[in-house]
Design a protein around this ligand. Structure first.
Ligand code: AP5
Ligand code: MG
Length: 215
């Protein structure tokens, strides 16, 4: 499958993407995960991105487009991919359209995962994420707790709260989503590519996507 997942912080983009990769071997491409790995590794990209991320702001479009142009041409994308957290602004969506045309890639559709704000706030304050950059498995102390001692069930590394999970950064990320990312819903509606899925259950979202793919 070749799909994009749109949704507010905490809507479950990462959770749904991981469930779908297990289903057909498509790869999850999360710009947030790529950036967090770069911050942890202390690369030039990480150093440039860290301040924006910790404050809950978006990283500049030019940085993201550079990363994605390379990433989409890696061999593992040939079997399909799920874009998680990208594009996130109208300029990114427009540039992506041009890039896809140049690379000869046709997307299946764009999914907007819609979850009430109070559910989102609760999820973001209770999320735990695997600290291993190559894993970044997602947990939730209420709905999907890590193993004993807060260890990741997949790789055994400690799970942590992300640097952008302070009350201030969460509130900023939600505002930024409404201002910069929510307009993509209208953009993809006009392109005839949008599927809205309203629901707080990951199974409902995953099944709606599978049904839309005819699987
Ligand atoms: P990113 O990492 O993409 O963060 P985000 O969009 O804020 O989204 P989240 O990862 O917080 O939420 P999610 O929707 O993946 O939810 P999850 O599945 O974890 O981006 C981080 C930062 O990087 C940005 O602020 C920006 O600075 C930068 N960035 C990234 N991409 C960029 C771009 N394209 N342009 C510019 N800057 C960019 O679920 C949340 C919690 O809920 C978890 O605990 C989970 O276990 C739980 N949960 C999920 N589903 C369910 C369910 N059905 N029932 C119960 N619990 C559930
Ligand atoms: Mg995520």
């Amino acid at each position: 499958m070749k799909i994009m997942l749109l949704g507010a912080p905490g809507a479950g983009k990462g959770t749904v993407a991981k469930l779908l990769t297990a289903f057909d071997g498509s790869v999850q491409i999360s710009t947030g995960d790529i950036l967090r790995a770069a911050v942890k590794a202390g690369t030039a990209l990480g150093k440039e991105a860290q301040g924006f991320m910790d404050r809950g702001e978006l990283v500049p479009d030019s940085l993201i487009m550079g990363i994605m142009e390379q990433r989409l041409q890696e061999p593992d994308c040939a079997n399909g991919f799920l874009l998680d957290g990208f594009p996130r602004t109208i300029p990114q969506a427009e540039e992506l359209k041009t890039l896809m045309a140049r690379l000869g890639i046709k997307m299946d559709f764009v999914v907007s995962i819609e979850v009430p704000r109070e559910v989102i706030l609760d999820r973001l304050t209770t999320r735990r994420t695997c600290s291993n950059s190559a894993c970044q498995e997602i947990y939730n102390v209420k709905s999907n707790p890590p193993a004993e001692g807060g260890k990741c069930k997949k790789c055994g590394s400690p799970t942590i709260q992300r640097a952008d999970e302070t009350e201030e950064a969460i509130s900023k990320r939600l505002d930024v989503y409404n201002e910069k990312t929510a307009p993509l819903i209208g953009f993809y509606e006009k392109e005839g590519m949008l599927k809205k899925v309203v629901g707080t259950s990951s199974d409902v979202v995953v099944n709606a996507i599978k049904a839309a793919l005819g699987k």
